[in-house]
Design a protein around this ligand. Structure first.
Ligand SMILES: [Cu+2]
Length: 117
Protein backbone atom coordinates (compact mmCIF):
# COMPACT_ATOMS: atom_id res chain seq x y z
CA UNK A 1 0.00 0.00 0.00
CA UNK A 2 3.01 2.31 0.16
CA UNK A 3 3.39 4.38 -2.96
CA UNK A 4 6.38 6.49 -2.09
CA UNK A 5 8.26 7.96 -4.99
CA UNK A 6 11.23 5.81 -6.01
CA UNK A 7 13.82 8.58 -5.71
CA UNK A 8 15.87 6.51 -3.28
CA UNK A 9 16.95 4.35 -6.19
CA UNK A 10 18.99 7.18 -7.66
CA UNK A 11 21.38 7.30 -4.76
CA UNK A 12 22.29 3.64 -5.19
CA UNK A 13 23.12 3.83 -8.87
CA UNK A 14 26.22 6.01 -8.91
CA UNK A 15 29.12 3.91 -7.67
CA UNK A 16 30.01 1.23 -10.21
CA UNK A 17 29.80 2.86 -13.67
CA UNK A 18 31.45 6.10 -12.60
CA UNK A 19 34.33 4.25 -10.96
CA UNK A 20 35.27 2.78 -14.34
CA UNK A 21 35.46 6.22 -15.97
CA UNK A 22 37.48 7.64 -13.11
CA UNK A 23 40.28 5.12 -13.21
CA UNK A 24 42.70 7.49 -14.96
CA UNK A 25 42.24 10.22 -12.34
CA UNK A 26 42.01 10.21 -8.56
CA UNK A 27 40.87 6.85 -7.16
CA UNK A 28 38.27 8.49 -4.92
CA UNK A 29 36.69 10.73 -7.56
CA UNK A 30 33.55 8.62 -7.91
CA UNK A 31 32.30 9.78 -4.53
CA UNK A 32 31.57 13.16 -6.04
CA UNK A 33 28.80 11.75 -8.19
CA UNK A 34 26.33 11.53 -5.29
CA UNK A 35 25.38 15.19 -5.50
CA UNK A 36 22.47 14.57 -7.87
CA UNK A 37 20.14 13.36 -5.12
CA UNK A 38 19.18 15.72 -2.33
CA UNK A 39 18.18 13.74 0.75
CA UNK A 40 14.48 14.40 0.31
CA UNK A 41 12.80 11.04 0.64
CA UNK A 42 13.13 10.22 4.34
CA UNK A 43 11.86 12.31 7.23
CA UNK A 44 11.58 15.29 4.91
CA UNK A 45 8.31 14.04 3.47
CA UNK A 46 6.62 14.23 6.86
CA UNK A 47 4.26 17.19 6.81
CA UNK A 48 3.18 19.14 9.87
CA UNK A 49 -0.35 20.02 10.85
CA UNK A 50 -2.97 20.49 13.52
CA UNK A 51 -5.88 18.15 14.07
CA UNK A 52 -9.21 19.88 13.50
CA UNK A 53 -11.63 16.98 13.53
CA UNK A 54 -11.52 13.21 13.84
CA UNK A 55 -14.08 10.83 12.38
CA UNK A 56 -12.95 7.42 13.47
CA UNK A 57 -15.91 5.54 12.04
CA UNK A 58 -15.22 6.90 8.58
CA UNK A 59 -11.42 6.64 9.05
CA UNK A 60 -11.02 10.32 8.27
CA UNK A 61 -9.17 13.16 9.89
CA UNK A 62 -9.39 16.87 9.17
CA UNK A 63 -5.99 18.52 9.34
CA UNK A 64 -4.88 22.10 9.02
CA UNK A 65 -1.60 21.27 7.35
CA UNK A 66 1.55 23.00 6.21
CA UNK A 67 3.14 22.45 2.85
CA UNK A 68 3.13 18.78 1.77
CA UNK A 69 6.18 18.53 -0.43
CA UNK A 70 5.71 15.01 -1.75
CA UNK A 71 2.20 15.93 -2.98
CA UNK A 72 3.14 19.43 -4.12
CA UNK A 73 0.36 20.80 -1.94
CA UNK A 74 0.33 24.23 -0.30
CA UNK A 75 -0.88 24.77 3.27
CA UNK A 76 -4.64 24.36 3.79
CA UNK A 77 -7.29 22.66 5.91
CA UNK A 78 -8.69 19.48 4.42
CA UNK A 79 -9.96 15.97 5.11
CA UNK A 80 -7.67 12.98 4.75
CA UNK A 81 -8.38 9.28 4.71
CA UNK A 82 -6.47 7.34 7.33
CA UNK A 83 -4.92 4.00 6.50
CA UNK A 84 -5.23 2.60 10.03
CA UNK A 85 -8.14 4.23 11.81
CA UNK A 86 -7.13 2.74 15.16
CA UNK A 87 -4.35 5.30 15.31
CA UNK A 88 -6.98 8.04 15.62
CA UNK A 89 -7.58 7.03 19.24
CA UNK A 90 -4.33 8.76 20.11
CA UNK A 91 -5.37 12.18 18.84
CA UNK A 92 -7.92 14.88 19.47
CA UNK A 93 -8.79 18.24 17.96
CA UNK A 94 -6.07 20.78 18.62
CA UNK A 95 -3.17 18.32 18.66
CA UNK A 96 -0.09 19.33 16.71
CA UNK A 97 1.06 16.44 14.56
CA UNK A 98 3.57 15.27 12.03
CA UNK A 99 2.22 13.00 9.37
CA UNK A 100 2.99 11.26 6.12
CA UNK A 101 0.42 11.21 3.36
CA UNK A 102 0.37 9.46 -0.01
CA UNK A 103 -1.79 9.81 -3.06
CA UNK A 104 -3.42 6.38 -3.14
CA UNK A 105 -5.24 6.14 -6.47
CA UNK A 106 -6.45 9.71 -6.17
CA UNK A 107 -7.29 9.57 -2.45
CA UNK A 108 -5.01 11.34 -0.03
CA UNK A 109 -4.31 8.78 2.65
CA UNK A 110 -2.41 9.32 5.87
CA UNK A 111 -0.06 6.38 6.41
CA UNK A 112 1.78 7.65 9.51
CA UNK A 113 0.87 10.24 12.09
CA UNK A 114 2.52 11.21 15.37
CA UNK A 115 2.47 13.99 17.95
CA UNK A 116 4.74 16.87 16.99
CA UNK A 117 5.42 18.15 20.51
CU1 LIG B 1 -4.22 19.91 1.48
Amino acid sequence: MKHLLPSLVLSLACAAPVAALAQATAPSAHHGAAQATPAAAGAADMATGEVRKIDKNAAKVTLKHGEIKNLDMPPMTMVFNVKDKAVLDQFKAGDKVRFRVVNDAGKYTVTDIEMAD
